[in-house]
Design a protein around this ligand. Structure first.
Ligand SMILES: *Cc1c(COP(=O)(O)O)cnc(C)c1O
Length: 243
């Protein structure tokens, strides 16, 4: 698998623009839009940024913006009209009614991110993810993604043989009040630990819920060994313990 700067270069070599969906990664791991040659980055508020759903951020490179400005075709939908959006934000011309609470929420989320600083936030997500991965594997489950391609914000787990991950997730939800997701087309479960969710108390809760719910489906796991491994791997930074 190639890394983003290589993908972007390949696209450039073929005259294409590169759009990156950073919904779950923005502020959880580095993303150097200009240095890596990315033309458009999109992000929702509800994942890595830890705001609420409904307001999205989008950024364009010079080249992408020039391409948009020179488009001749009428936009098929007003939602896709970046020029109108720009005049809304830049020149106070009507495009839609602004979702005021969402904008305040994203402002507050970004304020908290600035306060924490990006390097600290990246490190918090990285150490939390590694600890969670270690806990899951030690418990006896298998991770889906090869180690070099893993995100800091989502951990993908193979569904144990001969089990139905929808049943495991149902137990997690009803008995432990923890929601994780399945996937589109793959037999995996995904744990998202992003933004304010990515704190040690939540990691323990999700790992315990996962382990016990798998066991209820007859999967032979050592839950306590996994919990101990999670604890051992979490760098106990006093900051991490503050709610
Ligand atoms: C969650 C997610 C989306 C979709 O966001 P919704 O929550 O369904 O609005 C898109 N891309 C990535 C990478 C995501 O993680």
């Amino acid at each position: 698998m190639k890394c983003l700067p290589e993908v972007a270069q390949l696209a450039k070599d073929h005259g294409a623009l590169v759009v990156v969906d950073a919904v779950c990664t923005l502020t959880t791991m580095p993303l150097q839009m200009d240095e890596w040659g990315i033309d458009v980055t999109i992000a929702g508020g509800q994942k890595g940024l830890s705001s609420i759903p409904g307001v999205s951020l989008i950024a364009f490179s010079e080249e992408a913006w020039n391409t948009i400005k020179s488009r001749k075709a009428r936009q098929p939908h007003w939602c896709l009209d970046a020029l109108r959006a720009q005049t809304f934000w830049g020149s106070q011309q009507y495009h839609y009614t602004a979702p005021v609470p969402g904008i305040l929420a994203i402002h507050e989320a970004l304020r908290q991110i600035c306060e924490e600083t990006l390097p600290v936030r990246f490190e918090r997500h990285r150490t939390s993810s590694i600890a969670l991965q270690a806990g899951i594997e030690t418990m006896g489950l298998q991770l889906f993604v090869p180690i070099r391609d893993r995100l800091n914000s989502v951990v993908a787990i193979q569904t144990p043989l001969d089990t139905d991950n929808a049943k495991i997730r149902k137990t997690m939800s009803t008995r432990f009040h923890v929601e994780i997701s399945g996937a589109f087309g793959l037999d995996i479960m995904r744990i998202g630990q992003m933004g304010e969710q990515c704190r040690s108390q939540n990691l323990f809760k999700v790992l315990y819920a996962l382990g016990m719910s798998c066991r209820q489906q007859g999967v032979d796991l050592d839950v306590s060994l996994g919990m101990a491994e999670l604890e051992r791997n979490l760098v106990i930074d006093p900051e991490n313990l503050v709610d």
